[in-house]
Structures are given as structure tokens and as C-alpha cells.
Design a protein. Structure first.
Length: 245
């Protein structure tokens, strides 16, 4: 899973976890960064000659297999949804790992993404979120500028998804719109199951449980970043920083 931030990937993961065939679905994982790091050792520097093609693949598969080996029970569960924004920049690597793999890209109107970030950042009166460099936390305009920058929480993902969309591996992408997911969750999940070849499951959209991201959010000093409500409902449309009519 990949795509734009604040666009429903955590919500979608929380729903998919209800499916008995799903072994894992959650927030950002370290799997892809680990693969990228070990890949750099295998293709650069003085140790390149110590790896053949078979060893490279075995090491990459080993990272995935061993990370998820004891993550959850694997009894009758064979589907893993690994979540990281970087997948959109590594579609060629994903195709190398598994030609049949897909990337679910959650998307949303950028205006509402920035608004969502601002709402959660402002919920802390001290403005201590690590999503924004401290020198850019002073004003709304500076915070937006930081989010939109090349390495910002939105800017990076925006570039990544555009690269994926226009690449020769774009066939791997499954676009899930946030508004469609929140307004028509049943139809969205049925369509997604059909594309992925997952056995149909009846999801309970009024009893969604997901509380496994608290430590991750606390580490970013952005409590509630990955909070998911118990019920699915379309979000309110009030822009932070704007005056009420």
C-alpha cells in the first residue's frame, strides 16, 4: 500500500484486517527501507562480486518472510499488505520481487490533505509535531510550505505517485479515492477484492478497531496521526485557517 498521506491507507488497512485471509495490514513498515539498504550493499562498492542473482533474490525474500514470520498467526492467512510511501518509487523492484504484485494507491484532493495535516498539527497547542521542522512551525503558511516541499510529508509522496502513474509499471497501481472509500466502502472493498483475487468477506464498517499505531504516532510527537474512528463516515468540509461564512 502506498499513495498520498491522509488519504485513507490506515482506514483501508483497518478494514482489511477483518478479512480472515489477511495476515497483515497496518501502517508504515520498515520492510522496503531494509530491502533498499541491503540492495545498496549488493550492487555498490567492493562487495558487489560476492553476490549472485540467486543470493540477491534470496536475501530480499528473506527480509519479507522473516519480518512477517512471527508478526501474526499464519494459519489460513496468506495475504500481506505492506504499507510504505516509497513503494511508488520502487515499482521496478517490486516487479523484480513479484511480477504479480500490486500497489494500492490511496489518493485524495490535495487541499483536504493539507487541511487534515493542519487540523491534527493544531490539535497540539505547542505545535510540537515532528512532521514539520521546528523553524517552519510558526505560521500556517510556513507549515504548508514545509508539507509541500520536496522532502515534506506531502511533497515527497506527490512526486512519488506521479512517477509511478507515468511509469511502465503503472499497471501495478490500484487507485483508491478517499471520498469513494468513505462514501461507498462496501462497493470499494468488493471491487478491490475482485482485482486482487481475494475471497469475498463481509466487512463490518460500523465496528472498525485499530489502535496499534500509538507508539509510532508518539514517536513523531503527532498523537492521533493514524487514529481511525469506529464508524466510516465522510469527513467534514471545514478548512482550517478559514473564516466561517
Amino acid at each position: 500500500m502506498s499513495g498520498l498521506p491522509r488519504s485513507g491507507s490506515t482506514l483501508l488497512a483497518a478494514i482489511l484486517r477483518q478479512n480472515p485471509n489477511v495476515q497483515h495490514a497496518g501502517i508504515t513498515s520498515p520492510v522496503l527501507p531494509m530491502i533498499v539498504k541491503i540492495s545498496s550493499i549488493m550492487v555498490e562498492g567492493e562487495l558487489v562480486t560476492e553476490f549472485n542473482e540467486s543470493q540477491r533474490k534470496n536475501l530480499i525474500y528473506g527480509i519479507i518472510k522473516n519480518y512477517y514470520l512471527n508478526k501474526t498467526s499464519t494459519h489460513n492467512k496468506n495475504i500481506i499488505f505492506d504499507n510504505h510511501r516509497m513503494w511508488c518509487t520502487r515499482l521496478n523492484l517490486l516487479d523484480y520481487i513479484d511480477p504479480n504484485s500490486k500497489v494500492i494507491c490511496c489518493v485524495r484532493d490535495p487541499v483536504w490533505i493539507i487541511n487534515s495535516f493542519e487540523r491534527i498539527i493544531q490539535s497540539d497547542p505547542l505545535l510540537g509535531s515532528h512532521l514539520i521542522p521546528i523553524e517552519y512551525r510558526g505560521t500556517l503558511h510556513e507549515r504548508v510550505e514545509a508539507l509541500l516541499s520536496n522532502g515534506g510529508a506531502f511533497g515527497y509522496c506527490w512526486k512519488a505517485i506521479r512517477e509511478a502513474f507515468y511509469s511502465k509499471f503503472s499497471r501495478k497501481l490500484i487507485i483508491v479515492d478517499y471520498d469513494t472509500l468513505t462514501k461507498r466502502p462496501k462497493e470499494t472493498l468488493i471491487r478491490l477484492e475482485s482485482i486482487l483475487g481475494i475471497k469475498h468477506h463481509v466487512y463490518d464498517f460500523n465496528n472498525i478497531n485499530f489502535n496499534s499505531a500509538n507508539r509510532f504516532d508518539e514517536n513523531l510527537n503527532t498523537v492521533g496521526l493514524h487514529s481511525v474512528g469506529k464508524h466510516i463516515h465522510p469527513p467534514s468540509r471545514h478548512l482550517e485557517g478559514s473564516k466561517n461564512p
